[in-house]
Design a protein around this ligand. Structure first.
Ligand SMILES: Cc1cc2nc3c(=O)[nH]c(=O)nc-3n(C[C@H](O)[C@H](O)[C@H](O)COP(=O)(O)O)c2cc1C
Length: 308
């Protein structure tokens, strides 16, 4: 019997549904699934209010930890052959609950020397968060053997408008009845079931060498070079903002809250003012950077830990 542990955090349930689709075709004869939903001690609000949404920015980006609810002792009673780690990106970084889990004693016990397949369900800007997650997996001495990334496929600015509607309204519906639905599409969620049999084969044969190549051929990861560039640039600026705001005081302090309002305005400016400029720079430099863009696409779609 092969034992699979599915670890995840999901506020809206989107990621849980993706994982359910994958495990539906992975489970069965000789494969047993154990679910571990990680939960913060104090849940984050959903729908979000503005103050809480921006309030988590410094700690998320700086990869601080928060207290997490205890994990049922029964989870530790088995040895796992494979871990599916479901995570989402917050502020270009793995979400605060995921970072908190990955730095915990529990993660060290569950992930060490164990093959891990990451399953990411985010808006669309995930590559640098993946780099950070990779560092955590390396620290934990986990074996990163597969990666699936499901995102909102609409153009960047449309997905910004629709995710705001979802996060602050609480419903994954069409804004004003005219915008597309936010997040990962229903079709992409349902079709995630196609990854299960491939993972199952690798698990039963205990051979993950070609797994990621197969998953990529099936469309498990699509890298958009413009979003990689935007993500890299934004990480530099987010780093400055996060350090600056964190220095203004602990969460909830009035001085820090004032700076979080400035950050809110900056974010609007970055999305609507800076991102279009970065896009023009991207287009102009596309031909001279063609080779490096191709390498980048290959790298972020792979489970390689070294830049090529
Ligand atoms: C505070 C916050 C920040 C987010 N930042 C990003 C981001 O930087 N990049 C991205 O692709 N998605 C971002 N998202 C969207 C999430 O990755 C995810 O798609 C959404 O929260 C639903 O996930 P869940 O229901 O599985 O928790 C953010 C969401 C939240 C709540």
């Amino acid at each position: 019997m092969k034992e699979v542990l599915v670890v995840y955090y999901s506020q809206t349930g989107q990621l849980r549904r993706i994982l359910e689709q994958i495990t539906q075709t992975l489970a069965g004869e000789s494969v047993q699934i154990t679910w571990l939903e990680i939960r913060p001690e104090t849940p984050f609000p959903f729908p979000w209010d503005k103050k809480s949404f921006f309030g988590v920015f410094p700690e998320t980006f700086l990869q601080k930890t928060i207290p997490m609810a205890p994990i049922a002792p029964s989870v530790f009673e088995k040895e796992y052959d494979l871990v599916l780690l479901g995570y989402q990106v917050w502020y270009l970084t793995p979400s605060l609950p995921i970072t908190s889990f990955l730095t915990s004693e529990a993660a060290a016990r569950l992930l060490r020397d164990t093959p891990v397949i990451t399953i990411n369900g985010s808006r669309n800007m995930w590559t640098q968060a993946q780099e950070k997650l990779k560092t955590s997996l390396t620290h934990l001495q986990a074996r990163w053997v597969g990666n699936i990334v499901l995102v909102d496929r609409h153009i960047n600015h449309i997905s910004v408008i629709t995710i705001v509607h979802w996060m602050f309204g609480g419903k994954k519906t069409k804004k004003w009845g005219i915008f597309p639905k936010p997040g990962v599409s229903e079709d992409d969620i349902k079709n995630a079931s196609r990854f299960g049999p491939v993972i199952r084969n690798a698990l039963l044969q205990d051979s993950y060498d070609n797994l990621q190549t197969k998953l990529v051929q099936m469309g498990a990861v699509k890298v958009k070079p413009f979003l990689v560039l935007a993500d890299q640039r934004a990480n530099i600026l987010f780093g400055k903002w996060a350090h600056l705001i964190a220095k203004k005081g602990p969460p909830g302090s009035p001085k820090r809250d004032k700076w979080l309002v400035f950050f809110n305005y900056y974010l609007l400016f970055a999305i609507w003012g800076i991102a279009p400029v970065v896009f023009i720079v991207f287009l102009i430099s596309y031909i001279p950077r063609y080779r490096s863009i191709k390498n980048q696409k290959r790298y972020y779609a792979s489970v390689s830990t070294k830049h090529i």
